[in-house]
Ligand binder design. Structure first.
Ligand code: ATP
Ligand code: MG
Length: 382
């Protein structure tokens, strides 16, 4: 049976991507309140957490509230795949146009009126339905288009809330001063407030807490932690029971511990557990290990591929870190000997590459394989 809610019909209440509505969103009540209070009181926010903790979800949940949708235009711009200022401007423009689209021709006309450099790329069909045909090549002077977009934001008929997701990406842009330029726009903008969210903790952290960086002290920093276990347990049981299924606390507790409360892994495990539990039945803790094994196994081809793309030294180091779960002093003699690695300098080079590819994370000298399922797969298979 599928679950019906607000005209959406879904087959499993544990989402593993995206956001539907509050019904499928666990807790985050305090975080939502804080974020809303900051934004609606004139602050800009840096939202930071480890990967897959729920930043994007929290932004969507916050923006979905009635009190927000009534008063503001909200835009979520994901810049993960952007490589330079031109890509950034393109994404920002595209998101704004997509969001304004359902609001009709009038809302968009104002945009086209002000953002002259994108005008040729936006057209209306006979019914007045707009489409975005801008190509990257159309943006000849990104700084000019950026200036126009901010001019639009300033004059929009409602105040705007703009989330720039995966914000750490801008630090890889080849152009100098992007951080400083954006900060200037953001600070001069009276009609919009911003969320800068990102996951590479050290990178995001240094952008907002280092006195030498442009964004220093110009935003409120919010660190997003794990959802409390009792809240998660209530949410999981609610959805099992609502659909005539049962799950006991022991299974939930074991899952929460296994993944240190990181949201996406718990969602993934519960999605699977729910999917193998028939109506009228219960999920038992004895089934948990085989659920996790199955999820890991499903990713096997991806993981093999990933290893294939690495150099021998990177591969060897990844396996070593995976086996340790959390590894420190990886350039030390003991670690190098234990895993027959070549030398401290080759480990240093390899770990830099693995971190760059976001396969391995480093928190205060402790290295971990970022994908917990990959880490499990490495321990099991290699
Ligand atoms: N409060 C929540 N309740 C239920 N599911 C959630 C919640 N928050 C996030 N999720 C789910 O967990 C997954 C990860 O969340 P999300 O994408 O928001 O994390 P993120 O921190 O933005 O990750 P990344 O660093 O990879 O961008 C998604 O599938 C999302 O649907
Ligand atoms: Mg995200």
């Amino acid at each position: 049976m599928s679950v019906k809610k607000e005209n959406v019909s879904i087959s499993n209440p544990f989402l593993t991507s995206g956001y539907i509505s509050a019904e499928y969103f666990c807790d985050r009540e305090e975080e939502t309140k804080t974020l809303t209070r900051l934004l609606t009181n004139g602050n800009n926010v840096a939202l930071i957490s480890p990967r897959r903790m729920g930043k994007t979800g929290l932004i969507r949940h916050c923006f979905a509230q009635d009190k927000i949708t009534r008063k503001y235009y909200t835009f979520v711009v994901d810049i993960y795949a952007t490589k330079n200022l031109c890509d950034f401007v393109y994404e920002l423009g595209r998101q704004i146009v997509n969001t304004l689209k359902p609001r009709g021709k009038k809302a968009l006309e104002k945009f086209i009126d002000i953002v002259k450099s994108l005008r040729t790329g936006i057209s209306f069909d006979v019914q007045g339905v707009p489409s975005w045909n801008v190509e990257l090549g159309n943006i000849q002077t990104p700084s000019l288009t950026l200036d126009e977009i901010f001019a639009y934001i300033e004059q929009a008929d409602k105040p705007c809330l703009i989330a720039i997701d995966e914000f750490q990406s801008i630090s890889y842009y080849p152009e100098k001063n992007v951080e400083a330029t954006l900060r200037t726009y953001v600070q001069q903008c009276n009609n919009a407030h911003f969320i800068f969210s990102g996951s590479q903790r050290s990178m995001m952290g240094s952008m907002f807490t280092s006195a030498a960086r442009p964004f220093y002290q110009s935003v409120s920093v919010m660190n997003l932690g794990a959802i409390a276990e009792n809240k998660y347990a209530a949410f999981i049981k609610h959805h099992f029971e609502k659909n005539d299924r049962r799950i006991a606390d022991d299974s939930i507790h074991a899952t929460y511990e296994m993944f240190d409360g990181v949201t996406w892994y718990i969602q993934k495990a519960m999605n699977y557990a729910y999917s193998i539990t028939d109506k009228g039945d219960a999920f038992y803790i004895e089934q948990l290990n085989s659920v996790i094994d199955s999820i890991v196994e499903e990713n096997s081809d991806i993981y093999k591929n990933l290893l294939f793309m690495l150099t021998p030294a990177q591969k060897q180091l990844l396996i070593a870190i995976g086996k340790e779960k959390t590894a420190s002093a990886i350039t030390g003699r003991h670690f190098i000997k234990k895993y027959s690695l070549a030398s401290a300098s080759s480990v240093q080079k390899a770990v830099a590459a693995l971190m760059d590819k976001q396969i391995v994370t480093n928190e205060q000298g402790v290295y971990e394989v970022y994908d917990r399922f990959l880490s499990m797969w490495l321990r099991k298979n290699l």
